[in-house]
Design a protein around this ligand. Sequence first.
Ligand SMILES: *Cc1c(COP(=O)(O)O)cnc(C)c1O
Ligand SMILES: *[C@@H]1O[C@H](CO)[C@@H](O)[C@H](O)[C@H]1NC(C)=O
Length: 328
Amino acid sequence: MSTSRNAIADHLSEDLPYKLSPEDVFLTSGCTQAIEIVVSVLSRPGLVFLFYEARCAFSGLEVRHFNLVPEREWEIDLNMVEALADGNTAAMVVINPCNPCGSVFSYQHLAKVAETAQNLGIVIIADEVYDHLVFGKKPFVPMGAFGQITPILTLGFISKRWGVPGWRLGWIATSDPKHILKETKVVQCIKSFLDISTDPATFVQGAVTAIIKNTNGDFFNKIIEALRKSSELCCEKLQEIDCVRCPSKPEGSMSLLVELNLSSLDGIQDDFEFCCKLAKEESVIVLPGTAVGLKNWLRVSFAVELSSLDDALDRLKSFCRRHRKKTH
Ligand SMILES: *Cc1c(COP(=O)(O)O)cnc(C)c1O
Ligand SMILES: *[C@@H]1O[C@H](CO)[C@@H](O)[C@H](O)[C@H]1NC(C)=O
């Protein structure tokens, strides 16, 4: 256990201005359990959350949504965060690189996010499941780099970057050089929670050190190169389809968002109906934006083999052509 926590602390510290210790790292059964823990730990009756909808609903917490602005490369609308938060707000969630938008936040934007959280007196939950899966112009900057400004709980997971989703190993790391999370007993609460829940399987824990320390750089380069190619193909082909609009090229993660132009389509009411008909007629699955709070948008995953992606986008194109409103 301590060696895997060591390995994760070293791994995360590579990108931070200070060093994490193994005591700053808590192992979880995947990211889903990490989410469960931070939600439970930060919740007291009456508290309000700015995130992770399903889990919060289950715990009877209120979720408030802030917008990401497509015209500004999906940056967080921080004025809206300020307007939404009140004395009961406990935390905000920042997913970077972003699933579903495919965006990567700049250093400057993350600094502003940290300052906003500091002003509001809230914790940032940084979901960095896609850390380093970037292929655009901006580098990945961990939220933990701003731990001096406001306490950060970073959630990570070996599934996406190391490609082992079934191994169910994740972590919560506290980036908190000012020890605010210790003083407010959040850290103690995380420990108590883990004391009464199951640990990740021992053989997976045993493998983590080797996974993190010995994975060849070529392995990551190959994945990133594949994502770069498939994201480019995806953008190129989407541009040829006139019923959708892609506001910005993805720079990270494995998906992007496009806006549907319903007025160019005949007999399709909304994103949900679009996706159902597309699945039925072309056997192509895209997620309706409604599922991520964006009505009449579509989330397109490009983490598929190039030839399948190419085929799927051709089918999307002929679907749109077939349902195009006739003009006279
Ligand atoms: C995939 C993913 C996770 C991890 O979820 P698991 O089901 O536990 O693997 C967490 N957050 C985001 C944003 C993800 O895309
Ligand atoms: C949407 O489609 C209509 C009809 O084809 C077209 O007139 C309009 O310009 C399109 N809007 C956008 C934002 O592309």
